[in-house]
Design a protein around this ligand. Structure first.
Ligand code: FE2
Length: 402
């Protein structure tokens, strides 16, 4: 394969661009237990001229997603300095966004999209208990009308933010989907051509600047330390950048939550529901949550950048029957969303489209501070002694660890 071009963003110090203070990564925790051991994938090996090296890479990816449903990606083409500049832009947003823009661009999740500004009072448009989480999410309409739909303080930097997202989608995610297509023994562009949505820097997906501020005691008590419920992402892949403040946790094979360790510059890749279904359960959608950090980081702010890659909205997903891996080994039926979709299809019922699947979950999301719904008998059940969060969306049951 021709070597992938590295990220080459527009310059940040053009005349007329305001000065952006550096982002200084906060200190890493000294805590070491309850941290996951995750495999790291060197994406630059995909460019190797030695087929044995590329094959080794594909085998490593296969093992990592089967074992963990989660992986670190390194050497994907964005330098640490370039990445830290993108964090500096997110920091600049939260230091400079006006109250007027917060009102004007306030999100409306009941539409099925997070598009716009999320206030730090829960995941509904009306204000609930404080959760300390602010976000700005760019969807297709936001890229198309940055003047009208993006906070004014970021207007001078949209060239840099847009080129970053284009690189992540068109280069990093495309190469990642090549690797995943190869694991399924399908042509390199199978997932890119047939499943990934296109158009705008993020297709039907979205890009997020998020800021988690420390929470007050009443919030921590109501949520039992949770910042975001255990869940799986509904799309293809989610690209998160590893950050020093340890809040992201993944559900291990031994049915325990583990913090994801900090690896400077690395990308943390989640497998979404779409990939679990397309792969016939060979890939597991990553079960993850956001939880309070270790004690020595409780008073730190956590800045996070995330790109959510979404599948084509009109598709109703099923396993890629042309996959030689699926033909040879069959599907893996013990899994969550793949199994639910399969059971529904077997009963002759229709499964949601990708667009319906993501929109219903956004529109009906609840907060960890919601003590009315987060109770056994409402949104929680106990299965084999484990407390689970159980929801049903369009007839499809989703049961995830709390
Ligand atoms: Fe997520």
């Amino acid at each position: 394969m021709a070597p992938a071009a590295p990220f080459n963003p527009p310059t940040s110090n053009l005349p007329g661009k305001p000065f952006v203070p550096d982002w200084i990564p906060p200190p890493v925790t000294k805590e070491t237990h309850n941290f996951a051991q995750l495999k790291s994938i060197d994406l630059s090996l995909l460019d190797s001229e030695d087929p044995a090296v590329v094959d080794g890479l594909v085998q490593n990816v296969k093992k990592a997603i089967r074992d963990d449903g989660f992986l670190f990606l390194e050497n994907y083409g964005v330098s640490l300095e370039q990445l830290h500049h993108q964090f500096a832009l997110a920091q600049y947003l939260y230091n400079n966004i006006s109250e007027e823009d917060k009102q004007r661009l306030l999100f409306d999740p009941e539409t099925g999209a997070w598009s716009g500004y999320k206030h730090p009072y829960g995941f509904k448009r009306h204000r609930g208990p404080p959760d300390g989480i602010e976000q700005f999410n760019w969807y297709k309409p936001d890229w198309e009308d940055t003047e009208g739909r993006v906070p004014k303080c970021l207007h001078p930097f949209m060239d840099e933010i847009e080129s970053f997202c284009n690189y992540l989608t068109q280069s990093v995610n495309r190469r990642l989907l090549t690797l995943l297509s190869r694991v399924l023994e399908l042509p390199d562009d199978y997932l890119w051509d047939n499943v990934q949505s296109h158009g705008s820097p993020t297709g039907e997906g979205y890009f997020r600047h998020a800021l988690f501020r420390p929470v007050q005691k009443s919030t921590e008590e109501a949520s039992k330390g949770l910042r975001m419920h255990g869940h799986t992402d509904f799309g293809l892949t989610t690209l998160l950048f590893s950050v020093p403040i340890s809040c992201l946790q993944i559900w291990g094979r031994d049915e325990q939550w583990y913090y994801v360790p900090y690896k400077p510059g690395a990308l943390v890749v989640n497998i979404g529901d779409t990939l679990e279904i397309v792969s016939g359960g060979h890939f597991k959608a990553t079960r993850h949550r956001v939880y309070k950090p270790p004690v020595d980081q409780r008073n730190e702010e956590r800045l996070s950048l995330v790109l959510f890659n979404s599948s084509i909205g009109d598709l109703r997903m099923g396993p890629a029957k042309e996959s030689p891996l699926i033909q040879r080994e069959g599907c893996v039926n013990e899994q969550g969303v793949y199994k639910e979709f399969k059971d529904r299809t077997t009963e002759g019922k229709i499964v949601p489209t990708n667009k319906q699947w993501r929109e219903i979950q956004i529109a009906t999301a609840t907060d960890p501070t919601d003590t009315v719904h987060n109770r056994v008998g409402v949104h929680q059940v106990v299965i084999n002694g484990k407390l689970m969060h159980q929801r049903e969306y369009m007839g499809v049951k989703v049961c995830l660890p709390v």
